[in-house]
Ligand binder design. Structure first.
Ligand SMILES: [Zn+2]
Length: 278
């Protein structure tokens, strides 16, 4: 009699879940690049000098590459540690424009003292976003960090008080102050702080360059170095930093490219509109 061990039956499911539910090679999207049969050591590749995630999917190695919002449509290059560069094509994507009015003018045009603070904070934020932690498996299927209303989608080309600023690098979920924020997937707290624009912020590291950030919090419940499980409360919604009201700004970074958090859900907008009553 032949007995198939249970773990072998479950294996294909587990491996498929290694890739995010959606991928699209557009600015702010994710490119999946087939690297061949998954044998031997995990391939090491870089994109724009950042190491990229490599996952096993259906017996093959797949590079999971975050594409920055500032990327231009055309050919992009992925550099393996061994062998010739690989290329992939980035398609164009048009994001809508948003005009916001900020009452605190210093949050739009910071003074000299503010600029010194902002420059100092930038290094720490970059260190968190470029963090690499070796993990064989990365959870790329997320749960909602906050129950609320999607008040601002990803990628909007933004004007603050009619002045052009960087595009919206995450999504905003409006929810009452004090609403718990939960880890969308297991991870480790890499840093937390209180920043000029982002307010009280937590960075979670999910491994292989996948980092999520939570901004404008009123309360932080975790400390750097701490491990969190999926669904664990990390703090609460607030309105610290540059805001127009209480909300969570949620950013997802892959190889230091801010990508659309919706890619990590089967249907993020559906989830938010269903739970979106305020
Ligand atoms: Zn935001």
């Amino acid at each position: 009699m032949k007995i198939i061990p249970l773990f072998l039956l479950l294996l294909p499911l587990t491996l498929q879940a290694a890739l995010p539910p959606h991928s699209k090679a557009v600015p702010g999207g994710i490119a999946i690049i087939d690297l061949g049969p998954a044998s031997g050591e995990t391939p090491v590749l870089h994109y724009k000098k950042q190491r990229v995630m490599v996952q096993q999917d259906q017996g093959r190695w797949k590079a999971v590459v975050g594409i920055p919002l500032a990327a231009k449509p055309g050919t992009e290059r992925l550099t393996p540690a061994k062998g010739a560069p690989l290329t992939f094509t980035v398609q164009a994507k048009d994001y809508a424009t948003q005009h916001l009015t900020i009452k605190n003018k210093r949050k739009v045009n910071p003074n000299k003292q503010d600029m010194t603070r902002i420059r100092g904070e930038r290094g720490r934020i970059n260190a968190a976003l470029t963090h690499w932690r070796e993990t064989a498996e990365v959870k790329t299927h997320f749960i909602l960090p906050v129950q609320g209303r999607l008040s601002s989608p990803f990628g909007l080309r933004r004007y603050f008080n009619e002045q052009p600023r960087k595009p919206h690098s995450g999504i905003d979920i409006a929810a009452p102050e004090g609403t718990p924020i939960r880890a969308p997937a297991a991870g480790r707290v890499i840093d937390s702080g209180n920043y000029f624009f982002n307010g009280k912020t937590v960075f979670l590291d999910h491994g292989q360059g996948l980092v999520t950030m939570y901004c404008h919090m009123n309360r932080i419940d975790v400390t750097p170095g701490q491990t969190v499980t999926q669904g664990e409360v990390i703090g609460a919604v607030g309105q610290t930093g540059r805001v127009t009201g209480p909300h969570l700004h949620w950013g997802v970074s892959l190889n230091d490219a801010r990508v659309d958090p919706a890619l990590f859900f089967e249907d993020l907008e559906g989830l938010l509109s269903r739970n979106g009553k305020l």
